[in-house]
Design a protein around this ligand. Structure first.
Ligand code: ZN
Length: 164
């Protein structure tokens, strides 16, 4: 019997902070609004641009559809493996190594949103398109960072001042 078995690539689920960093540092939209982000990496930018829209919609069904489509594309699949000491361990694999980053990021969002629905977003400041994960106790985060929050508050304060 002959097996024509391709060597599968094992995927490590990307930590959410790493995904946020990828999208913010390399995504076309976050970079357009922040000229301090320099350097080019077309592969990372392409990957970041696949994930920005998932943060940018507030529609849970749309998020589910986008993430499922990305998972389908990578053909990622669950597997069971053994460590050198014989322990059984869960893992994920893809056949095409080019899909490793996409699968790692899509799995991260799948796990995160299944446990914390709605806990991601895009900065509400109109001069920023950075994404964030909402770990706040109340789940009402709207800005990527304090700088954006303060800038938006100051702008709102100035607008109120003009209208009175
Ligand atoms: Zn921001």
């Amino acid at each position: 019997m002959r097996y024509d078995r391709r060597v599968a690539t094992t995927i490590t689920v990307m930590p959410m902070p790493e995904l946020v960093e990828l999208v913010n540092d390399w995504g076309t939209l976050p970079r357009t609004l922040d000229p301090t982000k320099t350097g080019t990496d077309p592969a990372r930018t392409a990957l970041a641009d696949e994930f920005h829209p998932i943060f940018d919609t507030a529609d849970g069904a749309e998020r589910a559809r986008l993430i499922t489509a990305l998972l389908d594309r990578t053909r990622v699949r669950p597997a069971l493996a053994t460590t050198p000491d014989g322990t059984l361990t869960q893992e994920w694999t893809v056949d095409d190594p080019a899909n490793a980053g996409r699968a790692a990021a899509a799995l991260a969002l799948r796990h995160h949103l299944a446990e914390h629905p709605g806990r991601i977003g895009v900065c509400a400041d109109d001069q920023c398109a950075d994404v964030y994960v909402d770990n706040s106790p109340a789940g009402r985060r709207r800005f990527c960072c304090l700088t954006c929050q303060n800038r938006a508050r100051a702008a709102a304060f100035r607008r109120r001042g003009k209208s009175t």
